[in-house]
Design a binder for this molecule. Sequence first.
Ligand SMILES: NC(=O)c1ccc[n+]([C@@H]2O[C@H](COP(=O)([O-])OP(=O)(O)OC[C@H]3O[C@@H](n4cnc5c(N)ncnc54)[C@H](OP(=O)(O)O)[C@@H]3O)[C@@H](O)[C@H]2O)c1
Length: 275
Amino acid sequence: MQFIEHKGAKVPALGLGTYPMQGEQCYQAVRWALDIGYRHIDTAESYHNEDAVGRALEDSGVPRSEIFLTTKCALFDASAANVGAEFAASLDKLRTDYVDLYLYHWPHAEVPLDETFGALTEAKDAGQVRHIGVGNFTIALMREAVEVHKVDLFTNQFESHPLLRQPKVEAAAHRLGMTVTAHSPIARGRAVDNPLLAEIGAKYGKSAPQVAIRWQLDKANTFLVPKSTRREGLTANFDVFDFALGDDDRAAIETLPNNMRGSRPPFEPDWDPID
Ligand SMILES: NC(=O)c1ccc[n+]([C@@H]2O[C@H](COP(=O)([O-])OP(=O)(O)OC[C@H]3O[C@@H](n4cnc5c(N)ncnc54)[C@H](OP(=O)(O)O)[C@@H]3O)[C@@H](O)[C@H]2O)c1
């Protein structure tokens, strides 16, 4: 495993995404993942699977202190009252008294950032959240949060994979003191059959998804949270620490189409132009 040290935390670079798994399927995937060696789990209030994640963590017997647990609030309602209520319910469902990382899931223009960050900071000040971060923030929003509202942000979690490359957003996050967390790192499955990724992987005895994962792991201060419902998928996605991509491989990946954004909810922000 590779670790990233940031703001006093030492965090596995590779985590497990849990959307859209539900119930027993989610429980089983988290149990398998912990068995395989994953120690970084990504969920959200809006995934409606925190209860399954919480049960799996508890039943696994893995000490809570060994796991980096992320959840997220405010998919639809970023008011302080709603964030406070969601957070209390999240802790309950996750069967824990703290989360390592609490993300403001998607920005909402109608609620002032100060209000939402006030609620997140309150949870942090109470010791129930180790770090706070954001999801799907543009460069302008990251700057507003850090430079205007002076929020100490751990990460920005946004979509990133070989078919959606955003080096300017990554550079801005790093410049503002944040790590990057790549969501949908296998392009929601669309990277699985990509011929170029498969061709690169064949040189190393690896698959296209494994190349997509390795490509993220080679970036500085970058986490990623691929999801698989299958034990073989979880195992394969974890089997990426024994090979390295060459400069020629990275250059070839740069030639792929760069427009496959999969997360486009009606409330999406005004995205930064794709580089
Ligand atoms: N912050 C946000 O707004 C946001 C938005 C989207 C996602 N996320 C997070 O990012 C996580 C991952 O994103 P995602 O689930 O959208 O997409 P993803 O991880 O990019 O891709 C998942 C897809 O790839 C398949 N897959 C995974 N590993 C594979 C392997 N080794 N071989 C073949 N197929 C494989 C999965 O199928 P199987 O399950 O059948 O293996 C599934 O169809 C989510 O679970 C969530 O935690 C966050």
